[in-house]
Design a protein around this ligand. Sequence first.
Ligand code: AMP
Length: 206
Amino acid sequence: MKIVLLGAPGAGKGTQAVRLAEKYSVPHISTGDIFRSNIKGGTPIGLVAKSYIDKGQLVPDEVTVQIVKERLEQDDCKNGYLLDGFPRTVAQAKALDEFSEVEKVVNIDVPLSKLMRRITGRRVCSKCGESYHVDYLNGSLSCGKCEGELIQRADDNEETVSSRLDVYTAQTAPLVEYYGEKGVLVNVDGDGNIEDVFNSITAQLG
Ligand code: AMP
């Protein structure tokens, strides 16, 4: 199955993506993760990406589209994929249409008013990437899955999140209408616990 996960920053895309990719046996492709690993590795793409990510802005479409195009050409994507965080602009969605036919687009809907708290309280495992929230950690600083160190993403601070949310409203939210018109959109209420949201996504995907 060729799936796109849509949703504002903090809506739970990454959390659901890991579980959905496992259930449907497709690779989980997160453009944010690809950029972060390039930044860590000090690659030219990482250098470009960092200058945008630090400001809460989108990395230019040309760079992002090329990365995804090359990734989808790899063998493991033959039978499908789960895109997490791409497309994020109508231009990216149109570019994707040129090289792949998306079957389902899952829009995880969470009220904007709840997202700031969700993101600034987020902690991620530096080893396996699992996501947590400080409200449920009871002060623990290590991952419940692999015992890796929990860290706060550099772009999860209040100022950067504020621009990421503005960018979402202006540039990414129009994709809900774009995919709605194509008849591939599935809307899911993301304001619940991880298990409930997962179950409503899979109920609709089949
Ligand atoms: P994420 O991990 O999905 O929250 O992405 C982190 C950051 O990476 C975003 O705030 C953007 O700066 C950048 N990014 C991720 N995906 C895209 C994309 N599809 N287009 C442009 N920038 C992106």
